[in-house]
Design a protein around this ligand. Structure first.
Ligand code: NDP
Length: 242
């Protein structure tokens, strides 16, 4: 009997795959049988080591620029699966937020999704098959103090993906969003203890998530087990955002 949520024979690109949630997604898709391309910007050593571990390829590209994002998609080859996970934060109160902090976050988190999705759209439509999963955040749904730029980028991903799901559905291309809560990675390492404690108090499962918690949901959405799911936002947040 075929394994549940198998991705045997599929080729996947995971952006921001050098560490954290992206690395966990790359490993999980590989475990599911996919051949995985790991996109990264600066973490060459980590990305190359991961690619070697999972028998995939690592490609350097700054997805905040159209040129690099398109090159990444083209070099990745004939894609069945695209996971847009690359992202960053530049937190600060709006009153003091610089133009650079705004643009860096919007371009890295949101424009990157536009560039890569645009690049895969034609080939996937032509094949009448393909799956896109974009990584948003609970902050894109509920907002967060000091994160107007990040929340805007992550909310933008949700509207973008729902629109894409409507455009591509008739060609059998699905597009969904995974919105993690607080997951233990380098991105959240910097949070002060009191913020962490407050978050745990609001989380019914009473723990921070692990990158693997997100990876499992992504694998499911990429697989035929989710073949009638598109335009959906799956919260992976221990119940925090319900
Ligand atoms: P990390 O900071 O651990 O990893 C971020 C990844 O994104 C790295 O691989 C980094 O590559 C890559 N990246 C950043 N900028 C670029 C760029 N311009 N071009 C290409 N790659 C880039 O973060 P997480 O693993 O925690 O986060 C992954 C995703 O999950 C992000 O989109 C984040 O917003 C989202 N998320 C995370 C949550 C959390 O609690 N951790 C909660 C909700 C959402 P490199 O190192 O090579 O620069």
């Amino acid at each position: 009997m075929a394994e549940f949520a198998s991705l045997e024979g599929k080729t996947a690109l995971v952006t921001g795959g050098s560490r954290g949630i992206g690395a966990a997604i790359a490993r999980e898709l590989s475990r599911a049988g996919a051949s995985v391309v790991v996109g990264y910007r600066a973490g060459a050593e980590e990305a190359e080591a991961l690619a070697k571990e999972i028998g995939g390829r690592a490609i350097a590209a700054d997805v905040s620029t159209a040129e690099d994002a398109e090159r990444l998609v083209n070099e990745a080859g004939d894609l069945d699966i695209l996971v847009n996970n690359a992202g960053l934060t530049r937190d600060g109160l709006l009153a003091r937020m610089s133009d650079d902090d705004w643009h860096t976050v919007i371009e890295t988190n949101l424009s990157s999704v536009f560039y890569t999705c645009r690049a895969v759209t034609r080939p996937m439509m032509k094949k009448r098959a393909g799956v896109i999963v974009n990584v948003s955040s609970i902050v894109g749904i509920h907002g967060n103090w000091g994160q107007t730029n990040y929340a805007a980028s992550k909310a933008g991903i949700i509207g973008f993906t729902k629109s894409l799901a409507r455009e591509l559905g008739s060609r059998n291309v699905r597009a969904n969003v995974v919105a993690p809560g607080y997951i233990a990675t380098r991105l959240t390492d910097v949070l002060p203890d009191e913020v962490r404690t407050a978050m745990l108090e609001q989380t019914p499962l009473a723990r921070l998530g692990e990158p693997d918690d997100v990876a499992g949901a992504v694998r499911f959405l990429c697989s035929d087990a989710a073949s009638f799911i598109t335009g959906e936002v799956v919260l992976v947040d221990g119940g925090m955002g319900m």
